[in-house]
Ligand binder design. Structure first.
Ligand code: HMG
Ligand code: MG
Length: 301
């Protein structure tokens, strides 16, 4: 499989700002998070990740995810999801009423140990009871796979290793695997090789891409991925965030930048770029920082 230069008619944006974004910014108030999510809920986004049910000692920024979920006003057509690393997190996520959960592991051992304090195979064992409970309660589970190109601890990750762990997540019962370039070092050819290897194991319709923009390659990599048939893209409003366990990692590709590129390519997203930009300006004001989205800065009055 190679790039076809044919674009999909539409893509789905999965909004990461309130989770992947705010997990690596200074702590903001619960109200500020709720305002952000409520603003994003009115942009046409269909899936918003709202937080994480992880150890508050590991990620204090996400300690109020339950309060956020319980107090925010929900839009009926939006899926609100959260990360759950273990059964304890899954149970809390269920109490707070999330629509979906996500489990997360890594294609590299070094990042897995540093991020969730266990090996890849131990992480898969931990996920089994989550999958069982989720199935019983009819809760869809997304799977994140980190370090699909490079690992900050172990160096380059082989595409075959990515494919193997992605398949393990699929076999556990995840409906979709989000392929994470956690430290944003990927370039289109390497991304293409990785996606080709994964696609030998997993249908393209069950893959999403999750690019951090540390090295400025995310849009080029997304362009590569969509020409290969991937139609689900993780993005973060204003390019917020990073990852606390990947030193130097910057935020996900900015939602605004992806929306603008899709507009230009004639790809439908169903999302209102101006409204997303406004949500980004509000949270950036709260964080006392500039959006890292070029499109957001260009749009700002
Ligand atoms: P551990 O220390 O090995 O866990 O951490 P433990 O089971 O030994 O428990 C230790 C303590 O944590 C206990 O409390 C537990 O109760 C508590 P104590 O007795 O010491 O008071 N604990 C919890 N508390 C709340 N919620 C929970 C929970 N579980 C245990 N769910 C653990 C293991 C997985 C919990 C920890 O390593 C952790 O929370 N890691 C999360 C790291 C994280 O959130 N990273 C960022 C998200 S991943 C990411 O950003 C990548 C992604 O975007 C894709 C990409 O870009 O590549 C998804
Ligand atoms: Mg991430």
């Amino acid at each position: 499989m190679s790039a076809t230069n044919k674009y999909p008619e539409k893509v789905t944006i999965v909004e990461m700002g309130a989770r992947d974004g705010l997990q690596n910014e200074r702590v903001v108030s619960t109200n500020a998070k709720i305002n952000l999510i409520e603003q994003l809920s009115e942009t046409g986004l269909s899936h918003i990740e709202v937080g994480s049910f992880v150890s508050p000692k590991w990620v204090p920024q996400m300690a109020d995810s339950k309060a956020v979920m319980e107090r925010m006003i929900r839009e009926p057509n939006v899926i609100y999801s959260a990360l759950t690393p273990n059964l304890q997190g899954f149970e809390k996520a269920m109490e707070s009423g999330v629509d979906q959960v996500a489990i997360f592991t890594s294609a590299s051992e070094g990042f897995c140990q540093n991020n969730i304090n266990c090996s890849i195979s131990e992480s898969l064992e931990r996920f089994a009871p989550i999958m069982e409970q989720a199935k019983q309660q009819n809760i869809p589970v997304r799977g994140y796979l980190s370090c699909v190109v490079d690992c900050p601890y172990d160096g380059p990750t082989s595409p075959e290793q990515v494919a193997s762990v992605a398949k393990d997540l699929l076999d556990l019962g995840c409906y979709e695997i989000s392929l994470g370039d956690t430290i944003g070092t990927g370039t289109p050819q390497r991304v293409s090789n990785m996606i080709q290897a994964v696609h030998k194991q997993i249908p393209i319709s069950q893959l999403a891409v999750h690019f951090h923009d540390t090295w400025g390659q995310a849009l080029a990599n997304i362009h590569q991925a969509i020409t290969m048939g991937i139609t689900v893209i993780d993005t973060s409003v204003a390019g917020l965030g990073g990852c606390p366990y990947a030193k130097g990692a910057s935020g996900n590709v900015a939602t605004e930048d992806v929306l603008y590129m899709c507009q230009g390519l004639g790809i439908e997203t169903g999302v209102d770029l101006n409204k997303v930009a406004q949500a980004g300006w509000a949270i950036c004001k709260n964080l006392n920082k500039q959006p890292s989205s070029k499109v957001s800065l260009a749009l700002r009055p």
